[in-house]
Design a binder for this molecule. Sequence first.
Ligand code: ZN
Length: 256
Amino acid sequence: MLPDLERLIHLQDIETRTGAARRVVAAAPERIAALDAKLADARAGLEAAKAAAADNQAARRTADKDLLASQQRLEKYKEQSMAVKTNTEFHAMQHQMAAVKAEIDQFESRTLEIMMRADELAAALKAAEAHLKAAEGAIAAERRAIEAERAAGEDALKALAIERAALVGQISPRLVSTFEKVARARNGQAMARAEKERCVVCQVRLRPMVFQSVVRNDDIVQCDSCQRILYFVPPEPGEHASTTSAPQSPAASGHS
Ligand SMILES: [Zn+2]
């Protein structure tokens, strides 16, 4: 194979690995921000559960106070009813006592509701605490993994830059510039394998003369359509020869 062609294939490999490492490094802050958001959600959930429990306790204190006040009023009415002299006064007092008793019934059932709600809220608080604890553990582990990936990506980028500089020094500048031009235009991929008289990346058919030249791997040939630099990987011994455009049906393969 033409040494420059071999170096360009190597350069493409470096570029591809560089692109992958850059994506890992670039994605890290967003991934960490997503973890922070998850943790913030878990913390907010716990705060909400605490606030709901505190509200419930405040409601309970108010309910207890209301109930006690009504009970005291009822006691007072009972004492007063002992002292009434007329039937009319007595009936009026009975009427007031019945009203206070109804109020007490109402307050008692409200207290019961608050107590039942308190049990639910206590369970929810416990669940929110457990959820936060689990999230903190999982998120810390995920964060360490992301940081490690980012560090590995940064190390890889440094090593790849050194490898690239050394390699580029061995390729003719004109060819490097062609490679870079195509890479810029083609999403980082400047090289394309040719197979069965086609450029495997853009799938455009190559002229037979062009394909034969690519098969020899002894010249720099660009795809007419996508401009990528073409190369040919000879089939492994025993593999169906792909230097021709013969259909590769299962029946046709194997015995050639
Ligand atoms: Zn092409």
